[in-house]
Every structure is written in C-alpha cells, then in structure tokens.
Design a protein around this ligand. Sequence first.
Ligand code: IP8
Length: 255
Amino acid sequence: MTGITVLKIGGSIITDRSSHIPKALPDQINRIAEEIAGSYDNLILVHGAGSFGHIFAKQFRLTERFDTRGLIKTHCSVKKLNNMMINALSSAGVPGVPVHPFGNCLLENGRINEMFTSHIKVMLDQELVPVLHGDVVMDTVKGIDILSGDQIISYIADKLGADKIGVGSNTEGVLDDLGITIPAITPDTFDKIRMYITGSSNTDVTGGMLGKVQELVELADTVNIESWIFNAATPGNIRKFLEGISIGTHIRTDT
Ligand code: IP8
C-alpha cells in the first residue's frame, strides 16, 4: 500500500461560482471521477463547496453570527454536492464514501479543535475513498463557523500522516501579480511573495488562494508534508498528480 494522498478539488471546478443559485458542473464532476478511477490507492478526497456553500454562507453571514436556518440550508446544500461526487465516483468504479464534517468535527473560533478521524483510517484500510467537503460546523466560541476544505486537508494530512497533498484549483498553480505560475514556495520564500499572490474571489468566505497557500506552507514547515497546487480544470492533471508527476506550484520545506 502506498502512503496516504489527500486531494482537494476546488469548488470552482465542480460548480458554477458565478451562479446566484447552487449550480453543479456534472461534466467536470464525471471527468474528475474518471481521472481518480486510474489511481485511488490510499486516497482521501476533499471537495470545496462552490456555489453550493459560499452563496448561503454569505447570504446568512455565517462567519459572523449564528443562524439556524442558514446553518441547515448550507449544510443540506453542500451535502447535495457531496452526493453528486459520490455518485459520479461510483459510476466510474471508485468506492467513494461520504464523510460530512458537520457530524465529526468541532471548531474553536474557526479552527479545528477536534475531528474524529479513526473511521477514515478504517475506510482506507478497507480500500474505500473517504470524500469530505467544506461545510458549516459547530464552533465552541462562535456557535457555528465555516470550515473550508483547505483547513480540512492540512488537518487531516497532519493527523493521519499523509505523504502528499494535491490542491486542484482553477489556475495553473499559485500565480504572482503578473499572472505567472510560481514554481515553488517554501516557508522562507512565502513571506517575501505573499503580497504578490492573487486569486481571491469575492464570494469566497474562506480566504481564497492566499488562505490555501498559508495552510500548506505551515504544514510543510511543521511536519514536512509536500503539496502541489495545480489546475484541475485541465483534463489529465488530476491523473498526473495521482501518478506522482510534479505539476503546478510545489510547496515544500526550505531544506
Ligand atoms: O469551498 C467552504 O468550503 P471551501 C464551505 O472549501 C462553505 O472553502 C459551506 C462555504
């Protein structure tokens, strides 16, 4: 068995983020499932919420206040997207199983305080592919908050001792202010280039590209787990990442 791989697919790849209502992109979801079918040994999949989560999170201001209706609406909506992903994986022959963070995670002021992961380990032992997603989650300080897929991947990779992380985004990698892909980022270079990193979007309540990079740089720095941020909208890239081919921006330690 190979080491654990954690792969995040951004919500902007599998949903239409410009839509005012939740809108999935079934062709993309099916293509991604087929690419994953080529190599899914010891794989944990995490997907973003896209228009299924960010629209409601913003509408009900869920990062600022507790709102019962908003909580239920947002969670049910992201579960629908997760279900589409599970069905597509199943059609492609991949045994994906849902893991909803709302039910197994607790935040403290927006950061993961506790997350039950023992069942995820057993799922991997049974050759299943756990599929988590950005979600609304109970928070000991704020009541609820939004948990991004980006925070999930770094937490889970650290806790389960993953070998590598892939972040399938909608750009070629991490772009600088001129739109050029930055080939490698280390904790040392991050401080110098963070002001040039672009790509945050208005409806993204969880931080956009800078937030993603920050999570991954911290992980490289603290536990030496490498990551790649690449364009998951380009057919073949997910397959390449899963086969161990280096694409996009490589985030690693200084040494
Ligand atoms: O799309 C956000 O997750 P992300 C989750 O991974 C919600 O940032 C509910 C907006």
